[in-house]
Design a protein around this ligand. Structure first.
Ligand code: 5GP
Length: 125
């Protein structure tokens, strides 16, 4: 089965500028912005600009340039916002949800960067 990308998902609208966002960083292939409903003091979403549904779609079909750009942005943001231990931070968690079992709400690949407080156990239910 091939993934079908829903061009009307919320992050597609953000990328087209139809919905405002609080941008944290932008690069050739990626965009990072604040989550509208933060789960912790730091809660940033990083998305590729390309039309990818989830991690495996992105990881298999994106170009090397897109993948490198995306990963570098995630890593750099952890330092820029001070959650990385390298910057004296206490650490962070990266989450990417996929599909029904992953409880993915927005069908455009994204990584959550969450930190700024001690997080609970990884899986609660
Ligand atoms: P998912 O469950 O798909 O992994 O996470 C989707 C995330 O997108 C949620 O944390 C939710 O708060 C966030 N979100 C949903 N709609 C918007 C929006 O319009 N703007 C922003 N900045 N975040 C959103």
């Amino acid at each position: 089965m091939a993934y079908e990308y829903d061009r009307e998902n919320i992050f597609a609208k953000i990328l087209r500028g139809e919905i405002p966002n609080s941008t944290v960083a932008e690069s050739t292939h990626s965009l990072a912005f604040l989550d509208i409903s933060p789960a912790a003091p730091t809660h940033i979403l990083v998305i590729p600009k390309g039309a990818y549904v989830n991690f495996d779609h992105f990881g298999v079909e994106a170009t090397d340039a897109e993948i490198v750009d995306f990963n570098r942005m995630v890593a750099k943001i952890t330092r820029d916002v001070g959650v990385a231990q390298m910057e004296g931070g206490e650490g962070y968690r990266l989450i990417t949800n996929a599909g029904a079992h992953g409880v993915q709400d927005v069908p455009h690949f994204h990584v959550h960067i969450i930190g700024g407080r001690r997080l609970g156990r990884m899986i609660s239910a």
